[in-house]
Design a protein around this ligand. Structure first.
Ligand SMILES: O=P(O)(O)O[C@H]1O[C@H](CO)[C@@H](O)[C@H]1O
Length: 289
């Protein structure tokens, strides 16, 4: 796939998908590391390996199956990415966010992002679910932004605002749902920070992030949210806390990707239920073909 992607490229992929499935999704879900089971809840599935989809990048990370799944969650049509693309895999940021613009052209109005993340907040426990309130996009602040390059007004404005992008109403609905599901004790709300990865943080870096007010850190999500916001989508995000980030020189523990995937399994059912119920309460009308 070439580095500069133009409107026609997104359009070609979207047209191909529309010709292969009857589903017309209004909601897109991006599954984080080890969270691909979110797609298992979809009924009447049509699924496509990324390798079969014209123009789609390929997943290379363990815990990211590389499949696009269309289907219904409680009667609401969704499309779900079982596997996302990360900058550290060597993709340009416009490639990592390619699916988001394709979703826009499919008619998607709401993007749900999920990720595995390490916690900086002292009060968080492994297994907590953090409703994302805001993000710090470190690569973005350093000039690595998926919106770099000529702006395509068909998608959105040159200078999009990024305040209040994690939808307040959806966050409130999610909180209320967690109460009624009896899982409030492990629900948090906080700030997600994207770092470039692929290495986990050094102790000095962890301390820096902690001082900056970061609650959870990961290596994804922010570029997808930037692109979704640019093209006018509503955004909701969840981080599953898979590890505590090591902040002390006395700490002998260290994190690894296998441990991240293990914890993802632990909370998979709760996450699936939360996302399903949230989608079912969304005010969206299903289109049919
Ligand atoms: O953000 P997701 O895709 O959930 O993955 C997270 O898990 C991996 C590290 O274990 C990194 O890719 C990090 O970003």
């Amino acid at each position: 796939m070439k580095d500069q992607i133009c409107y026609d490229d997104y359009q070609k992929t979207a047209s191909w998908l529309l010709s292969q499935t009857q589903h017309r999704p209004k909601v897109a879900i991006i599954c984080g590391s080890g969270l691909g089971m979110l797609a298992d809840a979809l009924k009447c599935q049509d699924s496509f390996p990324y390798s079969d989809i014209p123009g789609f990048p390929q997943s290379t990370v363990q815990g990211h199956a590389g499949r696009l799944v269309f289907g219904e969650l409680k009667g609401k049509t969704c499309v779900c990415m079982q596997g996302r693309f990360h900058m550290y895999e060597g993709h340009s940021l416009c490639k990592t966010t390619f699916p988001v613009r394709v979703f826009k052209l499919l008619g998607v109005e709401t993007l749900i992002v999920t990720n595995a993340a390490g916690s900086l907040a002292d009060s968080y426990q492994v297994g907590d679910i953090m409703i994302i309130k805001d993000h710090i996009n470190f690569p973005g602040l350093a000039g690595l932004n998926p919106l770099n390059g000529p702006n395509d007004e068909k998608f959105g404005p040159r200078f999009p605002p990024m305040s209040g992008v994690y939808d307040k109403d959806l966050r409130k609905i999610a909180f209320d749902l967690c109460k009624s599901m009896g899982v409030s004790q492990f629900i948090q709300e906080g700030v997600y920070c994207m770092v470039g990865g692929p290495n986990f943080e050094s102790i000095a870096e962890a301390r820096l992030l902690h001082r900056l007010g970061v609650d959870a850190v990961g290596m994804s999500t922010a570029p997808e949210v930037v692109v979704a916001t640019h093209c006018g989508m509503r955004v909701f995000g969840l981080s599953l806390i898979t590890n505590k980030v090591v902040k002390s020189y006395n700490d002998t523990e260290s994190v690894n990707h296998e441990a991240v995937l293990e914890v993802s399994k632990l909370r998979s059912q709760t996450l699936q239920m939360l996302v399903t119920e949230l989608v079912s309460r969304m005010d969206i009308n299903n289109n049919t073909t």
